[in-house]
Design a protein around this ligand. Structure first.
Ligand code: BV8
Ligand code: ZN
Length: 247
């Protein structure tokens, strides 16, 4: 029964101080953002895995930028949902709170989450391919595609980690440390198929953390979950928060 799972989740969280949340596209689903593998994960008929790569960008920067322009345009119209809001409220509830996300939509920050570990980069940052200069850019649509670096005139790319690229070392290190140290790991809205991000769940589980999965479907690492909340995060996380507050 879902009530029993909500109670079990609240019981695990109650006494904990070091709590980590690891999120994927599913936490933004109720905000109206399409997930990767749910919506067929296609862009103009191509699997996202083929568009979100350095090779695709080298071959046709315009085609890849059009994909990100579409994501930026959509991300501008959506708002955080109760799942983002509950996770943001927990940063002050747990002294040792860490939030690591695979999402690039910025909705955790929009809900008030601070120090978000963006494992795969962010839609609102671009970086120069020539000189590496990073900058924040929320203009939609961008005045010219591909955008050019004001410092050196080089082509700018989305500051996003593509398939076949390494994650930012400092971010992955911080997330791995937190996964090893946490007492409870919340795995929210991810299919847990993309590595090394999904490896965070294995690190936490093998270090003895209580793993709570929040997802209408079983993720690829559901077997590592001690507690399973089989449903939408926007509905279930607030119920865990309410049970926690009442205990
Ligand atoms: C690396 C940015 C190597 C893009 C992303 C061949 C060549 C090269 C690499 C590989 C290869 N084969 C495998 C690999 C490794 C690869 C990988 O893991 N591939 C997978 C597909 C098998 N990994 C990489 O390439 C990584 N880099 O390995 O580098 C290397 C090593 C050394 C030195 C140099 C290089 C880089 C991976 C990062 C790729 N970039 N994102 C963009 O966003 O535009 S990954 C992309 O997938 C997104 O970030 C996304 O978040 C992530 C994971 O997907 P999910 O978030 O889980 O979303 P999904 O749709 O899958 O699932 C949604 C879930 O939500 C579902 O479970 C659903 O049930 C649930 N849900 C739905 N509604 C709700 C809900 N849950 C709760 N509530 C709801 N309401
Ligand atoms: Zn430059």
């Amino acid at each position: 029964m879902i009530e029993d799972s909500i109670l079990a989740a609240a019981r695990a969280l109650g006494p904990a101080s070091r709590v980590m949340a690891f999120t994927g596209a599913g936490v933004s689903a109720e905000s109206g953002v399409a997930t990767f593998r749910g919506a067929g994960g296609l862009w103009e008929g191509q699997p996202v895995e083929e568009v979100a790569t350095p090779e695709a960008f080298r071959k046709d920067p315009l085609h890849v930028w059009r994909f990100y322009e579409a994501r930026r345009t959509q991300a501008r119209t959506v708002r955080p949902n109760p799942a983002h809001e509950t996770l943001a409220s927990w940063q002050d509830r747990f002294p040792g709170w860490t939030l690591a996300t695979q999402n690039v939509d910025g909705l955790h920050q929009a809900a008030g989450s601070r120090n978000v570990l963006e494992l795969h980069g962010g839609l609102w940052r671009v970086r120069c391919c020539a000189c590496g200069r990073h900058r924040e850019d929320r203009t939609v649509p961008l005045p010219e595609l591909p955008p050019r670096c004001a410092a050196c005139g080089g082509i700018e790319r989305p500051d996003i980690v593509w398939f076949g690229e390494m994650l930012p070392r400092d971010v992955l290190e911080a997330a791995s440390l937190a996964a090893r140290d946490c007492q409870v790991l919340l795995v929210v809205g991810t299919s847990a198929v993309v590595y090394p991000a999904a490896g965070l769940v294995e690190i936490a589980a093998s270090a003895g953390a209580t793993v709570i999965e929040v997802n209408p479907q079983a993720s690829a690492l559901a077997h590592l979950a001690d507690v399973v909340l089989r449903g939408p995060a926007g509905e279930l996380l607030p119920r865990v928060a309410a049970t926690l507050a009442a205990s």
